[in-house]
Design a protein around this ligand. Structure first.
Ligand code: UD1
Ligand code: MG
Length: 456
């Protein structure tokens, strides 16, 4: 394979905004789309393009963002004095860095690695390299976005904020997404020249373009679809971002060999891993941390989170797999069955109305309808271990901690509080009594009583 020169990349992710319009105690960028905080989607993209450094710029007290962003560094912008000031907060963390610095936004989670690679190519293709590449887009309503002023040769000369724009400039349809790829050797110097003499009294990052052009440094524009640049300001935007991302994830899943009967009703997490020839019925929800093997069928109305499902398994309809569930090859989990922290061995079945929590079930074992592992004593969780080739009768309660040996058989409706030896039969239900003819005598007696009351 021809080796391609890999350029050095760093990223600054702005996330200091309080996100007042979210009306939330959580910092805006910690709100999740597809089960993952927005800022981590941006950091995933940064990682995908092979950035060697990234700094998330947060506001004071945003410790949970700093924690979520690890191992990436965080810098604190003490006061929100504008986007240029925010970028400057990352200066120390990137000291000595000379490659391309991307400026991204924690509340704009849908941007793709491909788009950033296009920007990188555009910056490095020209000789000498383009100083700043700005990501532009053409929104249906340009509104309050900054406008990109391009000269006849196609070079970007200036970005003008809507509040500072002339009527002619406001007519420009090409808008600033805010995303930039900047020569790291120039960035800090340009930022030092930015002032706050504008309509908002803020230090505008966008001003570095005009400053670079004045120094005869080349700036350029790459365009991306508006869908990638959706910025989340409130919960309505959050729902829009969720819908757009779900659409993308469903499409990618189908393109990689997954069948979905009704894709619009299947909700995936950003990290959902689906094997080949997986078939997913309608109304299935995947939370974070799910891996599904090849040839698995997930029937309608399942909720699956933090679970690994082996090949050839059948899950649902109406099953719930909670974190720590591992289903080995060919397992069947049926309707109204809930599993949590449960390892279910190859070919084992729990097909109806069951709770298996903090448990191990051996290969080929059958768990009858209505079986419950009573794992919680009100204070502690305990484990149930069932061997291979065992059979648990319907309506059994396994009071943990308890073990049922390989090949053992538990009679229906038992309450198992002590270990059952391999190949033993355990039954705890009361002996059956039979009173011959008693039902008939009972009916006759009651009918006679009723007739009397009517007559009187
Ligand atoms: C900015 C751009 C505008 C562009 C628009 C795209 C500037 C001056 N303008 O405008 O050209 O069309 O984004 O959405 O850059 N932030 C901080 N610290 C600050 C200020 C902002 O971290 O001091 C963060 C915010 O949290 C936000 C982002 O930077 O995520 C953009 O800031 P915002 O104030 O929304 O800029 P706009 O006015 O939308
Ligand atoms: Mg904004």
């Amino acid at each position: 394979m021809a080796s391609k020169k890999t350029s050095k990349i760093a990223a600054i992710v702005l996330a200091a905004g309080k996100g007042t319009r979210m009306k939330s105690l959580l910092p805006k960028v910690m709100h999740a789309v597809a089960g993952r905080p927005m800022v981590l989607h941006v950091l995933d993209t940064v990682e995908a393009i092979g950035a060697e450094r990234a700094v998330v710029v947060v506001g004071p007290g945003m410790d949970d963002v700093a924690k979520a962003a690890q191992p990436y560094e965080t810098a604190v912008q003490a006061q929100q004095r504008g986007t240029a000031d925010a970028v400057k907060a990352a200066k120390q963390a990137l000291s000595g860095f000379r490659g391309t610095v991307f400026i991204l936004y924690g509340d704009t989670p849908l941007i793709t690695p491909e788009t950033l690679r296009h920007m990188l190519d555009a910056r490095e293709r020209a000789k000498p390299a383009t100083a700043i590449v700005v990501l532009g887009f053409r929104p249906a309503v340009p509104g309050s976005y900054g406008r990109l002023v391009v000269d006849r040769a196609g070079a970007l000369t200036r970005i003008v904020e809507a509040k500072d724009a002339s009527p002619a400039e406001l007519k420009i349809g090409l808008c600033n997404s805010g995303v930039m790829a900047v020569d790291g050797a120039l960035l800090w110097d340009l930022l030092d020249k930015v002032d706050n003499k504008n309509a908002k009294g803020e230090y505008y990052l966008t001003d570095i373009v005009g400053l670079a052009s004045k120094r005869k440094l080349r700036c350029g524009v790459i365009e991306a679809p508006e869908e990638q640049l959706l910025g989340v300001n409130d919960r309505v935007d959050l729902a829009k971002a969720e819908a757009a991302l779900q659409d993308r994830l469903r499409r990618a899943a189908m393109e990689s060999g997954v069948t979905m009967t009704d894709p619009a009703t299947v909700f995936l997490a950003a990290d959902t891993r689906l094997g080949k020839d997986v078939v997913i019925g309608p109304n299935v929800v995947f939370g974070p941390g799910v891996t599904i093997g090849d040839n698995v069928e997930i029937r309608a109305f399942c909720h699956i989170e933090g679970a690994a499902v082996g090949p050839q398994a059948i899950v649902g309809p109406f099953a719930r797999l909670r974190p720590g569930t591992v289903l080995e090859r060919g397992v069947h989990i049926g309707n109204f069955v809930e599993c949590k922290a449960a390892l279910i061995g190859e070919g084992a079945k729990a097909n109806h109305l069951t709770y298996v929590g903090d448990a191990e079930v051996g290969a080929g074992t059958n768990i009858g309808a209505g079986t419950i592992t009573a794992n919680y004593d009100g204070f502690f969780k305990h484990k149930t271990v069932i061997g291979a080739g065992a059979s648990i009768g319907s309506n059994t309660v396994l009071v943990a901690p308890v073990r049922v040996g390989d090949g053992a058989l538990v009679g229906a409706s038992s309450t198992i509080t002590r270990d059952v030896a391999p190949d033993a039969i355990a039954v705890t239900r009361a002996e059956q009594r039979e009173l011959p003819g008693a039902a008939k005598r009972y009916r006759e007696k009651k009918r006679a009583e009723k007739a009397k009351t009517k007559g009187g």
